[in-house]
Design a protein around this ligand. Sequence first.
Ligand code: FAD
Length: 475
Amino acid sequence: MQGMQTVFDRAVDQRLITTALAPAVFGSMWLDPDVVGPIPDYPRASGALSCDLLVVGGGYTGLWTALHAAERNPGATIALIEAESIGWAASGRNGGFVDASLTHGAENGKSRWPAEFDRLERLGVDNLDGMQADIETYRMQVDWERTGMLSVATEPHQAEGFGQAAAEGGGRFLDRTEVRAEVDSPTYLAGLYAADTCALVQPARLVFELARACADSGVQIYEHTAAESLRRDGGGVRVGTGVGAITAARVVLATNVFPSLVRRNRLFTVPVYDHVLATEPLTGAQLDSIGWRDRQGVSDAGNQFHYYRLSADNRILWGGYDAMYHYGRRVDVRHEDRPQSFRKIAGHFFITFPQLADVRFSHRWAGAIDTNTRFCAHWGLAGRGRIAYVNGFTGLGVGAARFAADVCLDLLDGRPTERTELEMVRRRPLPFPPEPLASIGIQATRWSLDRADHGAGRRNLFLRTLDRLGLGFDS
Ligand SMILES: Cc1cc2nc3c(=O)[nH]c(=O)nc-3n(C[C@H](O)[C@H](O)[C@H](O)COP(=O)(O)OP(=O)(O)OC[C@H]3O[C@@H](n4cnc5c(N)ncnc54)[C@H](O)[C@@H]3O)c2cc1C
């Protein structure tokens, strides 16, 4: 049976897509020195070191861990090593949506942890407020805008879902006229606006400013220094690097999608590639043609969804929808520059905003998302409690990384806290099976999700079975 059409199946002039993508350079717009300014650099480690805490990984998770560890233990020696450069990976390439949700959205949280969902929501809002407070305390210049999140329905069944979500306190329902008064797309049927649970940030600025705050707090940061091995050493841990061993009393692994140094943790996540475009800065007239005066973050509501927002200089960042898993679960730069994905999402941009047919894209890029089967972080301890790790943020790690850092520090302290008592923290997800099963399962899930999007949201037997098992695939 042929599925129904969705708005994103409408035909778009292929010449328009080619012309619009022609100026797009490959690389994250946020990390472009013309956008972000000078890129900071930190030295390589040059020999053996010892410290109280070693953090491995220079993205948000590692940097929040180091910063909060310095706050908790002002006298401690803390080092952070980064294999490449600070923020080059997901933390410098994401959409910059800082959502309060720690569970990749309310639906996922409610269905997995109904008994502690209210607590998870409260901890998520506290984390978002705490992040805003940290940004003010350390005077981080990160283009923070607490403009809220506007979900938009482009299919009738999605609009019905918004009505229900609004009734349950998930935001304010906007009818077609109201949502189009906010952001004007002919594809919108309804909206759901959550005013206070999402902020926008310049992602690369956030990671650079976190590094600055860490350095100001005495954290020693080393770039181009990869951790290659881990082994217990007396009462601590010995971490091998190409240039010498680092001996640390405690270690936090904040290595996200990259192969975990704790081998047994590797089966729990897979890299999923997400593709993003950014436009040139919009002119006043172009901006007027779509409204968007309140600058909310926007996302449409399909299983396969787009997320989009304005930057400080009024570019539109447009990403998502075409999340790709590649056989073999490897993080590989060759998966990033995928013309079919960029063409597909560029077409969806012009379907959404036909009034912007004269807008061109300035940047195209992709990044690997660390996806697990429950779509939100999982933690663990290794090396007799001396090594903590966290993985699996899936597509919502900008805010959650700060919470995750606090959990890692709590776990290493060994004293129970409200955070470490959470079932979400104590329980691990089911792992992905090895290849070829991982690939077969993920492709079947993607196919079924696409069918659901094309069939008024109806989930087939395969998806319903996964739902019952608490398994899934998301970006
Ligand atoms: C395209 C895209 C869009 C996204 N959009 C959003 C969004 O809008 N909102 C949201 O909440 N989330 C979003 N995410 C997810 C979010 O970006 C990530 O969850 C978050 O950045 C994870 O931070 P991290 O510090 O854990 O990982 P990373 O930023 O990946 O940092 C991990 C670091 O560890 C280093 N490393 C790995 N192994 C070693 C080693 N052995 N030795 C030394 N260093 C090592 C890596 O080089 C890397 O720099 C998006 C992700 C992508 C890819």
